[in-house]
Design a protein around this ligand. Structure first.
Ligand code: SF4
Ligand code: SF4
Length: 180
C-alpha cells in the first residue's frame, strides 16, 4: 500500500467523532436520556420518525437498483474513500425508531474502507446507515436518474424530505427536553 495513502487515512480517521468505545457508550446513553425525557407531547416526534422510516423505505429499492447498475463497474468505490460517521440526527432516529446502535461509531479499516463494507456492498439496512450514505448520489448514478425523468426527480425529492424531517426531528427533540 502507498504509505501516503496510509497517512491520509490516519488523518481522515481522526476527523470522526466518538470513535473511542467509552465516548460511543456515553453518547448512546445521552441519546437514550434525551429520548426518554421527551415527555408526553410525542405526536410530532412520532410523526417525523415515521416519515423518515417510510421515506427510507420508499427510496431503498430505487437506490439499490442504481447501485446494481453502477457499483460493480466502479473504479473509485465511495465506501472505500469516504469519511462518514453517525451524527446526532442519525442516532436520534435510530433510538426513536427502536433500532439498535452499532457497537462502534463508523470507522475505517487500515486500507481506508468503511468498516461496514462487505464484498457485496454495505452490510447495514438502508435506514441504519448514516444518512449521508443515502444522500450521496455519485455522478454515474445522477446520470441514470436524469434518464429516469420524473422517477429520478421523485427520488431526489424523497431524499430531501428525509433530510428535512431529520432536521425537524432534532429541533423537536431539543425543544421537548429543554426546561420551559
Ligand atoms: S455509488 Fe457511485 S461512486 Fe459509489 S461505488 Fe457506486 S458507482 Fe462508485
Ligand atoms: S455505512 Fe455502508 S454505505 Fe455508508 S460508507 Fe459504510 S459501507 Fe458505505
Amino acid at each position: 500500500m502507498d504509505p501516503k495513502s496510509v497517512d491520509k487515512n490516519v488523518v481522515v480517521q481522526t476527523m470522526i467523532p466518538w470513535q473511542n468505545r467509552e465516548q460511543w457508550m456515553e453518547l448512546q446513553l445521552s441519546i437514550e436520556r434525551i429520548c426518554d425525557g421527551i415527555g408526553e407531547d410525542t405526536q410530532a416526534i412520532t410523526g417525523l420518525t415515521e416519515n423518515i422510516r417510510t421515506s427510507y423505505s420508499a427510496v431503498d429499492a430505487q437506490l439499490q437498483e442504481l447501485c446494481e447498475k453502477t457499483c460493480s463497474l466502479c473504479s473509485d468505490v465511495c465506501c472505500m474513500r469516504a469519511t462518514v460517521w453517525y451524527e446526532i440526527r442519525d442516532l436520534l432516529y435510530l433510538q426513536l425508531a427502536g433500532k439498535s446502535f452499532q457497537e462502534t461509531q463508523v470507522s475505517r479499516e487500515p486500507d481506508g474502507r468503511c468498516c461496514f463494507l462487505l464484498d457485496n456492498g454495505c452490510s447495514l439496512p438502508r435506514d441504519e446507515r448514516p444518512f449521508i450514505c443515502t444522500w450521496y448520489i455519485c455522478a454515474a448514478q445522477k446520470a441514470l436518474l436524469q434518464e429516469q425523468g420524473e422517477a429520478g426527480e421523485l427520488l431526489i425529492s424523497r431524499i430531501g424530505e428525509i433530510q428535512e424531517s431529520r432536521k425537524n426531528l432534532e429541533e423537536k427533540c431539543i425543544q421537548a427536553v429543554l426546561p420551559v
